[in-house]
Design a protein around this ligand. Structure first.
Ligand SMILES: NC(=O)c1ccc[n+]([C@@H]2O[C@H](COP(=O)([O-])OP(=O)(O)OC[C@H]3O[C@@H](n4cnc5c(N)ncnc54)[C@H](OP(=O)(O)O)[C@@H]3O)[C@@H](O)[C@H]2O)c1
Length: 328
């Protein structure tokens, strides 16, 4: 038997409850993992509150990421005791996820826990941090360099934004962090932001296709009007990594910044990201995020707190990263 946060659905209403389940209830898969930690990402907020239509079958165990140790494996790459991390592959959406003491998945989806990280630290990074690293890698593959000028991070006090701020600052970029929370300014400066601006600067619909050039690059978790305004303010040749939709999924803009300023919009997907890029991203995360940075980003909660934090994250109230101790 193992403990899990189980979501049930009745007449469209999703109810979370902690339950003891039999291992036989786990979904098919060739690796069974004893989960140490999961984490709470924006998508977990949607799943746990029953918003967004991501879950098609109930009962369901949420948790789009987890870290733990292999208990049983019939997969050639994994043996009992191996320390592993999972993010994405629609685990926690279409298949049971990490908010449980046990998970069963396809072994192809697992990556080894990088040497030098423990499973709590891996979940401080989690899907949000992993995605932030993918965005940094995409910007640099485009040619972005610290000397290019100010780089904007939107939704900076959230999960993706806070890890992106720390990673970029560590790499020597001049980070401008955009947040709607005055109380997060000090936190963002601690992570290495050189300047913090209020997100209201990007809230209004773009009136002109081009505004004064400012950003050498951007990692955007917000989407909507914010992304449109950032594109209008992007410098000649700049790249903007589109990561999220916390402020809206609709992008209303003209193609003018692409045509007159050579601006590039780079799409970032962490869910189906190929294995080689996953391993490369985790290696960089391990070497670039200090234990102090990780501790500064993290709040630890027990499984029972997941429903509360899930509601909070959808309202933009969660600062940094929330790690779930599934054994607490
Ligand atoms: N592409 C991928 O593979 C991938 C992977 C992970 C996440 N994501 C997406 O990235 C986004 C961020 O995820 P997360 O886990 O970091 O969530 P999060 O912790 O909630 O961060 C989102 C941040 O966006 C800002 N925000 C929230 N509502 C807003 C609004 N209405 N207008 C403007 N800003 C708003 C808030 O930052 P401030 O308080 O600082 O303003 C909030 O903390 C989500 O949309 C998520 O689905 C995508």
């Amino acid at each position: 038997m193992f403990k899990a946060l189980l979501l049930t659905e009745e007449a469209g209403k999703v109810t979370p409850a902690i339950r003891e389940l039999d291992e036989q209830a786990l979904p098919p898969g060739d690796v069974t993992v004893a989960v140490d930690y999961s984490s709470i990402n924006y998508k977990d907020g949607l799943v746990v509150t029953g918003s967004g239509g991501l879950v098609k079958r109930y009962p369901h165990v949420p948790g789009i990421d987890f870290a733990g140790k292999v208990l049983e494996s019939s997969h050639a790459s994994w043996r009992k005791g191996d320390a592993v991390v999972l993010t994405g592959w629609r685990v926690g959406e279409v298949q049971w996820g990490g908010c449980a003491q046990r998970a069963r998945v396809n072994g192809d989806w697992l990556v080894p826990l990088p040497a030098g990280l423990d499973s709590r630290q891996a979940m401080i990074i989690g899907t949000a941090g992993f995605t932030a690293m993918l965005a940094v890698m995409a910007l640099e593959a485009h040619g972005t360099q610290p000397a290019a000028g100010e780089i904007l991070v939107t939704g900076a006090a959230g999960g993706v934004g806070s890890v992106a701020t720390a990673l970029l600052a560590q790499r020597g970029y001049q980070v401008v962090a955009s947040t709607g929370r005055a109380e997060a300014h000090e936190f963002l400066h601690q992570l290495g932001a050189g300047a913090v601006i209020d997100r209201s600067a990007f809230a209004d619909v773009a009136k002109r296709p081009l505004e004064t050039e400012r950003w050498a690059a951007c990692i955007d978790s917000v989407g909507g009007n914010t992304l449109a305004r950032v594109l209008a303010q992007a410098k000649y040749g700049a790249a903007v990594a589109a990561v999220g939709l916390a402020g809206g999924s609709k992008l209303e803009h003209t193609v003018i910044p692409f045509l007159l300023r050579g601006v590039s919009l780079l799409g970032i997907d962490s869910v189906m990201c190929p294995r080689e890029r996953r391993i490369a991203a985790w290696k960089l995360l391990q070497s670039e995020l200090s234990p102090e940075h990780m501790d500064a980003l993290a709040t630890l909660v027990p499984l029972a707190e997941v429903p509360r934090v899930a509601a909070d994250i959808l309202q933009g109230k969660v600062r940094g990263r929330v790690v779930v101790d599934v054994n607490a």
